[in-house]
Design a protein around this ligand. Structure first.
Ligand code: NAD
Length: 476
């Protein structure tokens, strides 16, 4: 046992835990559980990933497969203390662990439904791995950490039950971490949701999460279906807030109002949330996919309702928002064919190397398809962006017009204009003189409204943002 540093009055018994899937959720959650003294085995089916993680722990390389602030320290320290290990061997992990987390990806299918192939495969593997020889009765708790549509717990249960006669319970325990602050979010979660109708499983999960509990962090117990629904409802609320913000910011700009000023007034109402800063729409691995999956569920249960149209509109607004600069750029530059544009940023937000469904990748694609040359500077996710773009068959004939460079100023050399898609700190206050001298014409399209319009005018730039009127510091 040990004494929880988060709650010094509690004595905690450590548990043996397996986490299947070492992506953004599995790796961070595994490291956070090890950090409170649980003994964690992380499993991934990709051998190279496990080799990468082990080489990092042995000091043979400096980077982890994913970029998250503070994660390298957490992984290294807990591996050194022998309570966080990495393997491809799911059988060993299941044999040793009392609680097994499923943290594999659930990408969208073409029709918007969640692709549960990975979850199902892991459930099968877990069931098979539970058939080992043991002197005592075998009992496991299988925790669904992956975001899965309501009712998936039944599929996980039935899949495992087909493979084993041993006893187990399914707990639905959605994850609410946000990339870029995943370690903080896991160590001090906003809430811990435990979905199960089984008292024994609930009590073991409470014990497991006890070190994370505090006055501010409560454990919420509910049924599996409630817990599965919490995750979709939370992300749809947040996505709706982003799309509504962008709709309001777009209108402000058209009317000649300044969204930053409007916001000062709006934000004084504490009922308004955090996602009130305009941008080129939401991206990443969660909001777009989770809202699509919720739509798919609504199509089955409430097909003709306005509720469904309402949620669908969140996605439509967002898709339009990602490309909202295109007509404005087309007009300003009189077309794209043969012209070179610079893009800063391809990740969906700062402090991550995740480029899934990002505005940066979307704009690269659009500009290439319209015949432009594109020069990109990306602080952390260039490999991921190049890989993602290389998978798009339509883009193949156009990729020769795309270059990634390792210097943000090099990217703007001889470009017609600069487009900023994400708010990395380096982009907030660049050397404007250098940018101006390197660009063919001093023009910036700021997709996160991070630059100051007055300063842009003084520096002699034409400047276009999301939620503020256009500034013509060069053309006029
Ligand atoms: P990811 O794609 O980064 O990682 C998934 C990992 O699972 C990969 O390393 C993959 O190799 C591994 N995997 C797949 N099948 C496997 C198998 N059969 N055996 C072992 N390993 C296997 O995904 P992620 O971003 O970590 O997301 C995981 C889940 O958590 C998704 O359902 C997602 O919606 C949800 N989620 C993600 C976030 C986030 O910010 N990324 C936040 C909350 C919830």
């Amino acid at each position: 046992f040990y004494i929880s540093y988060l709650n010094p009055h509690k004595i905690i018994l450590f548990m043996k835990i397996a986490v299947i899937g070492t992506g953004y959720v599995g790796l961070v959650q595994g490291a956070a559980l090890a950090d409170v003294n649980h003994s964690v085995i992380c499993v991934d089916k990709i051998k190279e990933k496990i080799i990468h993680l082990n080489e990092f722990c042995e000091g043979k390389r400096n980077d982890l497969p994913i970029l998250e602030p503070d994660l390298p320290r957490l992984v290294k320290e807990n591996n050194d203390k022998k309570r966080l290990i990495f393997t491809t061997d799911i059988n060993q992990a299941v044999r040793e662990a009392k609680v097994i987390f499923i943290a594999v990806g659930t990408p969208s299918n073409e029709d918007g439904s969640a692709n549960l192939t990975h979850v199902k495969n892991v459930a099968q593997d877990i069931g098979r791995a539970m058939n080992y020889e043991s002197d005592s009765p075998i009992y496991k708790i299988i925790v669904t950490k992956s975001t899965v549509p309501p009712m998936t717990y039944r599929m996980v249960h039935d899949t495992i039950a087909k493979e084993t006669k041993n006893e187990f319970d399914i707990v639905s325990n959605p994850e609410f971490l946000a990339e870029g602050r995943a370690v903080k979010d896991c160590l001090r979660p906003s809430r811990i949701v435990i979905g199960t109708s089984n008292a024994k499983a609930a009590s073991i999960m409470e014990e497991l999460y006890e070190p994370f509990k505090s006055r501010e962090v409560s454990i919420l117990f509910m049924s599996n279906i409630d817990a599965e629904m919490v995750k979709y409802a939370s992300n749809t609320y947040l996505a709706a807030q982003v799309s509504l913000t962008n709709a309001m910011a777009n209108l402000s700009r058209e009317l000649g109002a300044d969204w930053r000023k409007v916001l000062e007034g709006v934000k004084k109402d504490i009922r308004v949330g955090r996602f009130v800063y305009p941008g080129l729409g939401f991206g990443g691995s969660c909001f777009p996919k989770d809202v699509r999956e919720l739509i798919h569920t609504m199509e089955q249960h409430r097909p003709d309702s306005d509720d469904l149209s309402y949620v669908k509109m969140i996605v439509r607004q967002n898709e339009a928002q990602k490309g909202m600069f295109l007509p404005r750029m087309e007009k300003y530059f009189s077309g794209f064919e043969g012209k070179k544009f610079a893009i800063w940023g391809t990740t969906f937000k700062p402090e991550t190397n995740d480029v899934r469904e990002s505005a940066g990748v979307h704009m690269i694609k659009e500009l290439l398809l319209k015949g432009a040359y594109v020069s990109v500077y990306e602080p952390s996710g260039s490999e991921q962006a190049m890989f993602t773009l290389s998978l798009d068959e339509k883009l193949k004939p156009h990729l020769s017009r795309l270059s990634f460079v390792s210097d943000m100023y090099e990217a703007v050399r001889n470009a017609e204009g600069l487009l900023i898609t994400v708010e990395w700190n380096d982009f907030r206050n660049p050397d404007f003189l250098q940018v101006k001298n390197l660009l063919k014409k001093p023009v910036i399209f700021d997709g996160k409204d991070i630059l100051n319009p007055r300063q842009m005018k003084e520096e002699g730039f034409d400047y276009f943002s999301v939620g503020r009127p256009d500034v013509l510091g060069y053309s006029q």
